[in-house]
Write a protein that binds this ligand. Structure first.
Ligand code: PLP
Length: 389
């Protein structure tokens, strides 16, 4: 087994065999502490018993049902999501990019022929299919694949005046990651989110909270928009939703959903019963008493440690994030920091060129955070992340 036939769109040099909690076991015999977490997918870590049980039981009943029929887990999941978020209708799909794609289509359907434009933000990342790519900021991802959908305006982050210029009577939706992930782990300031929501209301555009990465407990609240005390018109979810199985969802406010009719959208695999059953188990864990409080506490521990490292190491220019979604920005890029951590058996990812992104599983233990912080400290002692290094 060489894998040489796999298309070379990913850079990878590690073969993973199994996992337990926050630990990942590789084919080379090493055990890693995983603070990359499948880029946020493995929210409950590896091998969660309730999720595995739900998958096994549902697989024993039926693995696939076409969307010509209901499945019990799919229907139950939609009801559960709507009850946890806001009064809404739910479309189930298979990934983050599909959730965004659906949100764009739904916004145009609601807005009608006069409202075809989208407002998105600098450094925003929304996926790789043509619609989601069109509102993704990084030119490296977008430009080789043009022409993309027209009428997308990118606004600077946290600049309400620029947004006020960009949101017009032609805007179908404003799409914002409540906490930017790929773009450098940037929580949207509460006043910015509230200001955008108000502008949307005034101008008749829809407000889409894009929570594929930051949603579902990652920030210490079930949905990151809750930190701003508002509810969006549409919400996109994916990554941890399926407990490791491919699953995405779009929630659309109930009053708006009347604009969507049979045939307007669809997905052969969307709402797969095994993924939906896993998701119900995930949601039961996330909403169990004390679960999110623990995420908040572990996040505080992580940020305390990161701020202490910032005091000691001038190559750290910023520490930011929310809950267990942390970004550490370096003067000299974060690539060598990620490599150094890997040498010390801690996995993490970059976000952009100069940010180290830490996404431990939500069930991470205090001792595991301590170990990761010590590893980071040792890597920085060695001079990683220094400009010009
Ligand atoms: C905020 C956000 N939106 C959308 C996506 C795309 O999700 P997927 O890779 O499941 O298509 C990602 C993936 O990283 C993401 O972080």
């Amino acid at each position: 087994m060489s894998g040489d036939a796999l298309l070379g769109v990913y850079e990878r040099d590690l073969t993973v065999v199994s996992g337990k909690g926050a630990k990942l076991f590789a084919a080379d015999g090493r055990c890693y502490l995983d603070f990359a977490c499948g880029v946020g997918v493995n929210g409950l870590g590896y091998g969660d018993k309730a999720v595995i049980k739900a998958i096994r039981e549902q697989a024993g009943k039926i693995v696939h049902v076409s969307n010509l029929y209901h499945s019990l887990p799919g229907a139950e999941l939609a009801d559960k999501l709507a009850s946890l978020a806001f009064p809404s209708k739910v479309f189930l799909c298979n990934s983050g990019t599909e959730a965004v794609e659906a949100a764009l289509k739904f916004a145009r359907r609601v807005g009608g022929p006069g409202r075809t434009e989208f407002v998105a933000f600098e450094r925003g990342f929304h996926g790789r299919t043509m619609g989601a790519l069109s509102i993704t900021w990084n030119a490296k991802y977008r430009e080789p694949f043009g022409p993309l959908i027209p009428g997308v305006r990118f606004c600077p982050w946290n600049d309400l005046a620029a947004a006020a210029e960009a949101i017009t009577e032609r805007t179908a939706a404003v799409v914002i990651e409540t906490v930017q992930g790929e773009g450098g782990v940037r929580p949207a300031p509460v006043a910015f989110l509230q200001g955008l929501k108000k502008l949307c209301e005034e101008r008749g555009a829809l407000f889409v909270a894009e929570e594929v990465q930051c949603g579902l407990g990652r920030t210490g609240k079930l949905f990151a928009y809750e930190h701003a005390g508002l509810a969006p018109d549409l919400l996109t979810l994916a990554k941890p939703l399926g407990g490791g199985l491919p699953l995405g969802a779009v929630l659309i406010r109930e009053e708006l959903a009347a604009a969507l009719h049979p045939g307007d959208h669809g997905s052969t695999f969307g709402g797969n019963p095994v993924a939906a059953a896993a998701s119900l188990a995930v949601l039961a864990r996330l909403t169990a008493p004390g679960f999110l409080d623990n995420v908040t506490r572990r996040g505080e521990q992580l940020f305390r440690g990161l701020r202490a490292l910032k005091k000691k190491h001038p190559q750290i220019v910023d520490v930011r994030g929310l809950g267990l979604m942390a970004g550490v920005q370096f003067a000299g890029g974060s690539g060598d920091v990620v490599k150094g951590l890997r040498q010390r058996d801690v996995l993490a990812t970059k976000a952009g060129d100069d940010v180290l992104r830490l996404l431990p599983p939500l069930v991470v233990k205090p001792g595991e955070i301590k170990t990761a912080l010590e590893a980071l400290g040792a890597v920085l002692e060695g001079g990683a992340g220094v400009a010009g290094a």
